[in-house]
Design a protein around this ligand. Structure first.
Ligand code: HPA
Length: 287
């Protein structure tokens, strides 16, 4: 069996489970942000363990459930938890769920994560829309033969493709507007991905700031690369769960990250509930 067939099998399994729901918007919820899935009405819940070939989430704060249902009046597919390469998963496994979202027909995804704040002025608990990223994971999930059958739009699925607008400008504009309507402002930032699982040293954070990063985390970038390969539009949202190493007064811990994520969940859920129908409408007008 090929990787492509494994993805098709996982998607077929989910399709039959969620039938007749046809999700329009895909959402991935990062560390400690999983409760945003509770905003979904009439959810159909499938645990990752049931889905053929699907990698299992092993990190606390990632519950490993695929939740499909109504969010703000449109059908959304929400991944409650993701997997990372530091858990021992290969690049292909880390991005397997994103391939499945593509096979399910998603044309836009919202990728959320917990991140350390590098930029001056960031506060713990704030949400930041990603304008760009820096890949310092040391690997690219597209290494290996190109698989053009993953394309979700005409012209996608190429060996070489543009990353100038990895994070959709128009989805970001919608996010800013939705945040304003919710009564808060979204910053914009540049997310730098490390392989983890250790947090950074203060010297690394100083280096990353010099490179132009305003946020640091251990996820999202591989998913964004694979989504863009398929021609899927990406909105990236980071929750600043801590000031990056050496910038705050305390040592970093997963507990702190997890707790800060929990405090922002309600705001994130409100934002996603407002955004989902707007993203769906944008895509609809195009079809
Ligand atoms: N560094 C890396 N990943 C993270 C951090 C951090 O400070 N906070 C949350 N995820």
């Amino acid at each position: 069996m090929s990787y492509y067939n494994d993805v098709a099998e996982a998607a077929a399994y989910l399709k039959q489970k969620i039938d007749p729901l046809a999700p329009r918007v895909g959402i991935v919820l990062g560390s400690g942000l999983g409760a945003a899935a509770e905003a979904v009405a009439d959810p159909v819940i499938v645990s990752y363990g049931e889905i053929p070939h699907f990698p299992q989430a092993t990190v606390e704060g990632h519950s490993g459930r695929f939740v499909t249902g109504m969010l703000g009046g449109v059908t959304a597919a929400i991944m409650q938890g993701r997997v990372h390469s530091y858990e021992g998963y290969s690049p292909a496994q880390v991005t397997f769920p994103m391939r499945v979202l593509g096979a399910l027909g998603m044309r836009a995804v919202v990728l959320t994560n917990a991140a350390g704040g590098i930029a001056e002025g960031y506060r713990v608990g704030q949400l930041v829309a990603l304008a760009d990223h820096i890949n310092l994971m040391g690997w690219n999930p597209l290494t290996g033969p190109n698989e053009p059958r993953f394309a979700c739009r005409p012209g996608a699925g190429l060996r070489f493709f543009d990353m100038t607008e990895a994070y959709s400008r128009r989805l970001r504009a919608l996010a800013h507007e939705a945040a304003r309507e919710e009564g808060f402002a979204l910053d914009e930032g540049v997310y730098l991905a490390t392989p983890g699982p250790s947090f950074e040293t203060p010297a690394e954070i100083r280096a990353f700031r010099t490179l132009g990063a305003t946020l640091v985390g251990m996820s999202t970038v591989p998913e964004t690369i694979v989504a863009r390969h398929m021609g899927i539009e990406v909105l990236g949202l980071s929750c600043v769960t801590n000031l990056a190493a050496g910038l705050g007064h305390s040592l970093l811990s997963h507990h702190e990250v997890f707790e800060a994520g929990r405090q922002v969940e309600a705001r994130l859920a409100a934002l996603l509930t407002r955004l989902a129908p707007q993203i769906a409408a944008l895509l609809e007008n195009e079809a």
